[in-house]
Design a protein around this ligand. Structure first.
Ligand code: SAM
Length: 284
């Protein structure tokens, strides 16, 4: 499928077929990202609960749960009930397959393609890890992403989203990088870049790291290249379309949806500082 055409929300979701679900399972194991993110999130939740030991953590919703690694981990680390929600049946199948069966049988973890209405306003924690890129207009980001997260949490609940800091888009760890279409590069930047055509792939996408620094416009459709290298040096790649949102835009759109940013934390992947970031929100 021509990536430049993949601009509507449905196409963003359609990307997550069986091949991509399998790839991301392996990608997560190879990069160890789940340990970094889950360690950070559950560490934060534990810290807040230390004051009253014995307290349980209640309900968590893992919005855009993908292969289910975080839903499982939240249940392991003490949440009474975890709802993994993902629009991709292939991702949900992968999650069901990888989640220990006792967690599924006891109902501690369950997966849904749509949000069950009875959890609205009842979640102590709602997470969204690498999900916001799939809301490709400001309205969808406000209503269908932040608005949904706000509707999930209870009065004192917390939202934690994880993504990549927009300021580091040109400087990513080896396992992924972002490319912008030639048509979306500001003219003055394109003019400063010698042999720009040599950097472009067949579809006209240029790695952002090959360009001088500039602010990528909110809402730009980027092609993101993910790679896994195994111990024999074999490389596997996957390509996804993501929507670029600058961090200041995320904060202001969240506020429009009734969420206030209470904490922002950059996360280092191995020796690569600021590879990822967590944003914490509470209801206004
Ligand atoms: C980049 S993956 C991240 C998955 C997982 N959170 C992780 O970090 O491994 C994005 C996931 O969001 C799901 N997704 C996309 N749009 C969605 C929506 N509107 N509602 C729920 N899930 C969605 C996709 O199917 C995909 O599994």
């Amino acid at each position: 499928m021509e990536i430049k055409e993949m601009v509507d929300g449905k196409r963003h979701q359609v990307q997550y077929d069986q091949n991509i679900a399998g790839f991301f399972h392996d990608f997560n194991i190879h990069t160890g990202r789940p340990e970094l993110f889950a360690g950070y999130i559950t560490g934060h939740c534990l810290k807040d609960k230390e004051v009253s030991s014995g307290e349980t953590y209640g309900i968590a919703a893992d919005f855009g749960c993908g292969t289910g690694w975080l839903s499982t981990r939240l249940a392991f680390d003490g949440f009474e009930k975890v709802y993994g929600i993902d629009t991709s049946p292939s991702m949900i199948n992968q999650a069901m397959d990888k989640t220990p069966s006792y967690l599924l049988k006891t109902g501690r973890v369950c997966y849904h393609v749509e949000i069950p209405l009875d959890i609205l306003g009842r979640c102590d924690l709602a997470t969204a890890v690498h999900l916001h890129y799939h809301f490709n207009t400001k309205e969808k980001l406000r209503d269908d992403f932040f608005g949904v997260l706000a509707s999930l949490i209870s009065k004192n609940g917390e939202v934690i989203m994880i993504g990549c800091p927009s300021k580091n888009i040109r400087n990513t760890p080896d396992h992924f990088y972002s490319c912008i279409h030639m048509d979306d590069i500001p003219e003055k930047i394109a003019c400063q870049t010698l042999s720009i055509n040599d950097y472009a792939d067949q579809q006209g996408y240029v790695p952002i790291s090959c360009l001088p620094d500039f602010r990528v416009e909110d809402g730009t459709q980027l092609k993101v290249v993910f790679s896994i290298q195994d111990l024999s040096g074999n490389v596997r790649k996957a390509y996804l379309t993501d929507t670029h949102w600058n961090d200041d835009m995320l904060e202001s759109v969240a506020r429009e949806a009734g969420l206030s940013l209470i904490r922002r934390q950059e996360l280092s992947w191995r020796n690569h500082p600021g590879s990822y970031m967590a944003m914490h929100f509470r209801k206004l």
